[in-house]
Design a protein around this ligand. Sequence first.
Ligand code: F6R
Length: 243
Amino acid sequence: MSGVRMIVLDTPEDVGRLAADLFEMEIAARPACVLGLATGSTPLPLYRELVARNKAGRIDFSRVRTFNLDEYEGLAPDHPQSYRRFMQENLFDHINIRPENTRVPDGLAADPEAMFAGYEREIGACGGIDLQLLGIGHDGHIGFNEPGDFFPPCTHDVTLTAQTREANKRFFASLDEVPLRAYTMGVGTVMAARKIVILITGADKADILQRAFFAPVTPQVPASVLQFHHDVTLICDRAAAGR
Ligand code: F6R
């Protein structure tokens, strides 16, 4: 591993607490910092901790700006399974962040290419992402950047793999309802962040953790590119560190 420091803790809750410490330090150091955020099950203990610390007066989100990694194509912001709704329910509705300072790719964009360019422009206009949060898919995806022949540079649209749709069907009534496509920041967008924190928990992620961080870098395992970033903190639980 290169610029990656790996921290192994006992439980997913411990992972959430340590990640919250890193977010708390970042926001204390730069009250108007720019955060890159992720959805999924893994960051939930972190988000619970951020809400608790905001309510306790320890973290002030009033000047923080956020950009989410991804969104399903075709889902409206208030769709129960949209990532915008996920962020509202699990974080934004419970902290003192200004709604206009939170961005999620628009699943209903009439002109997706213009939306992608606008998303990249806005991130740039904010000075770039200071701290990017990531999870990892079983196939090594980050955001919705699936295994492929190259690392996509910018925000773009993707066809979800059967494995990702299968993994995400737990949030939908049936597999048929899981969208076929999504919008995601590119690997290049993620790699441009000043610092990256990736959270990996559960025995089912042990194999991909090993392939992403202890094997050669390859676009077939998109997260492996993080080995080339100068400031990555990988926080995992014992189960995920099993390999
Ligand atoms: C979601 C995202 C995805 C997830 C990944 C793991 O915004 O970026 O890459 O991080 O699919 O999801 P969980 O945490 O549900 O296992």
